[in-house]
Write a protein that binds this ligand. Structure first.
Ligand code: ZN
Ligand code: MN
Ligand code: MN
Length: 298
């Protein structure tokens, strides 16, 4: 009996693709060391400062450093997160133009580095309404995709909490965007557990969790899911407020994350922590440890 339990443990844990968003201080390639030092097998980074419009173009040296670090690393997947300033359905035409240019630049940075996934927030309609916002996002994506013809990097829509006027808090909205763009094959989706819970998807109970995954599969398709942001939520179900919490310490709780990390349908999907950080990597380490323990069947 004991032996069987151990073998299960060994078989499941190495397959668990978990990691955390890491700082790129000192160069993007430095994120690999940080991630590996705490036992991540997947990684998320910004490819530039997340709160500035413009970035120095990547030099040949930056690219070489990154590729060398990536090839030596045990990290299996890298996901890029776009700048928080970008709003692909901005009402202000200047911001919309800046957002489209910046998003195009982010796609180019990813392509140069060989990063397959660029995660982005669909956008905030700023009062014009969800339908018009969605149309604008589709228009923006068509434009940037045309300008980056033939790229391998996928534009990965992140589910949102629906805070303020942000779009993407219903699976239907993401599906509308994917089906509306000229090249849907360039689109994918990232589920953020904190965001969907705050948006009203009850993932903390077995029934609610199953219902949510079923709904995602029916409306978007699990084949479109390429990443999961694993965050607990400080705020309640349907609060529409986006506040991340440490795993098991928030309103989703350990049960929801146990269901997630034990879900065989999602075993191959990279799972990334975006939980609060302190000065060092201790918090990430603790959260990774909690997830690993939850992955052991009980
Ligand atoms: Zn995000
Ligand atoms: Mn997220
Ligand atoms: Mn968030």
């Amino acid at each position: 009996m004991k032996k069987r339990k151990d073998s299960y443990r060994k078989s499941l844990i190495p397959n668990l693709l978990i990691g955390a968003h890491q700082s790129i201080a000192g160069g993007i390639h430095k994120a690999f060391e940080r991630a590996e030092s705490i036992g991540c097998s997947v990684l998320q980074v910004f490819t530039k400062s997340s709160n500035q419009w413009y970035a120095k173009p990547l030099s040949d040296e930056d690219i070489t450093n990154y590729k060398t670090a990536a090839s030596k690393s045990s990290i299996r997947h890298v996901i890029a997160h776009d700048s928080y300033l970008i709003n692909l359905c901005a009402k202000d035409i200047t911001i919309l133009k800046k957002s489209r240019d910046a998003f195009q630049d982010e796609l180019k940075r990813c392509e140069k580095l060989g990063i397959r996934y660029l995660n982005f927030h669909p956008g905030s309609h700023m009062g014009v309404g969800e339908e018009d916002g969605i149309k604008k996002i589709i228009e923006s994506l068509n434009l940037v995709h045309q300008q980056t013809n033939g790229f391998n990097v996928l534009s990965v829509l992140e589910t949102t909490a629906g805070q303020g006027t942000s779009i993407g808090w219903r699976f239907e909205q993401l599906s509308e965007i994917i089906n509306g763009v000229a090249e849907p094959e360039r689109m994918a989706v990232c589920i953020d557990t904190c965001h969907i819970f705050a948006a009203g998807y009850e993932i903390s109970t077995k029934e609610g969790y199953e219902q949510t995954i079923k709904e995602f599969d029916r409306i978007i398709g699990l084949n479109k899911l390429v990443a999961i942001h694993v965050n607990d939520s400080k705020k309640g179900l349907g609060s529409r407020v986006d506040r991340h919490e440490h795993i098991g310490k928030g309103m989703i709780g350990k049960n929801g994350f146990r269901l997630l990390v034990q879900d065989a349908r999602l075993i191959h999907i990279p799972k990334i922590l975006e939980t609060p950080k302190g000065k060092d990597l201790k918090e990430d380490k603790v959260n990774l440890c909690v997830l690993r323990k939850l992955a052991i069947k009980k």
